[in-house]
Design a protein around this ligand. Structure first.
Ligand SMILES: *Cc1c(COP(=O)(O)O)cnc(C)c1O
Length: 360
């Protein structure tokens, strides 16, 4: 079998051109006579890789000079702890709980201070984004936290919350680089690479420089202190070098595609193919409130668990892989990140139509 259309939520599909380039450079990277996996992270060749990756990311997103870009390890989950450790000066933080990842981050923050859930959509299985225009933001909150795109439930903040002047911290793991963003609206934006950027093992944190500081919680490990990483340009210890190299290639690929405006246009078009069909189908339906739909993760159900399982199994046979919903929600989920071609979504919709015709 050749390559399949991989709808996995993460680790997820990568651009084929990137994989091909990496394959061609596997044994001999740029005349060094070795693989990127084998070279010193202090070498000139690797310095060029990580510096270009940062420069390309800055250019793509438009990251101002007063923000630091950190290439870290430990996944998004480790930032759940790093965020309160680095930011909880007053030991108070407000969390907007819109799904499993936000809830995990909220629970982690409670270990370190007074984390308060100021809004939640758990009452309706996280199928919507609460109105965040006038929340009871705590007077002494060190930050307001969101998970901007809810990977499991398929919702997205299309409007950022009114934080009433507090710094916004956002987990953007599953919507990173899917559309243009204004970084200046955030104090911290971070995400794991394995959803929309690169391989697992890299997490990128973009932190405004006044939040990169020495007065962190006393219990903070050296490695989790953003200042340690910022002062060492992400080379305090051995970084996830090969992963950073692949991320760098994806940044170049994104630039060649036309940047984040072009990605948004493509992502809107791809998502519309699927959502439009879900809205007209008599068999399948989307599970979240329309105005909060994610462009990246599209959950849907038939309403019959056996039929859902049959759909997932039949789809796999024709090369449409990883369509099973997260174990906490069931049904199906199609993750259609930047690297998923439009042809993949078209193939999925055609298959769904055929399945509906034969199973309605
Ligand atoms: C996948 C995911 C995580 C967890 O990422 P790890 O790298 O496995 O820790 C956190 N937040 C969001 C939004 C995710 O999609």
């Amino acid at each position: 079998m050749g390559r399949v259309y991989n709808f996995s939520a993460g680790p997820a599909v990568l651009p084929e051109e990137v994989l091909q380039e990496a394959a061609a450079e596997m044994l001999d990277y740029a005349g060094t006579g070795m693989s990127v996996m084998e070279m010193s992270h202090r070498s000139a060749a690797f310095a060029d890789i990580i510096e270009s990756a940062e420069a390309d990311l800055r250019e793509l997103v438009g990251i101002p000079d007063n923000y630091r870009v950190l290439f870290l390890q430990g996944g998004a989950s480790q930032q759940f702890a790093a965020v309160p450790m680095n930011l909880m000066k007053n030991r108070v933080a407000d969390y907007i709980v819109t799904g499993s990842w936000a809830k995990k981050a909220f629970k982690e923050a409670k270990i370190y201070g007074d984390a308060r859930a100021i809004a939640s959509s758990e009452d309706e299985t996280f199928s919507y984004i609460p109105d965040c225009s006038d929340l009871p933001v705590s007077e002494d909150a060190d930050y307001v936290y969101i998970c901007e795109n809810n990977t499991i439930y398929g919702t997205k903040f299309h409007t950022l919350p009114n934080t009433k002047g507090k710094d916004l911290v956002a987990d953007v793991s599953s919507c990173f680089l899917s559309e243009p963003v204004d970084i200046t609206k955030y104090g911290v934006m971070y995400g794991g690479a394995q959803k929309n950027i690169g391989p697992a093992g890299v997490v990128i944190s973009i932190v405004r420089d006044d939040l990169v500081r020495d007065d962190v919680l006393e219990c903070t490990p050296t490695m989790l202190k953003w200042k340690t990483q910022a002062d060492a340009n992400s080379l305090y210890n051995t970084p996830p070098a090969y992963g950073i190299y692949i991320c760098g290639k994806v940044f170049k690929w994104l630039k060649a595609q036309g940047g984040l405006d072009a990605m948004k246009e493509r992502n809107v078009e791809k998502a519309a193919l699927l959502y439009d069909y879900l809205d007209e189908s008599a068999l399948f339906r989307g599970t979240v409130r329309k105005e909060d739909r994610s462009l990246m993760n599209v959950p849907f159900v038939t309403g019959n668990a056996d039929l859902d399982a049959e759909f997932v199994a039949e789809a796999k046979k024709v090369g449409l892989e990883n369509l099973k919903g997260h174990r906490s929600v069931g049904g199906m989920r199609a993750s259609i990140y930047n690297a998923m071609p439009k042809a993949g979504v078209e193939a999925l919709v055609a298959f769904m139509k055929e399945f509906e015709r034969t199973h309605a």
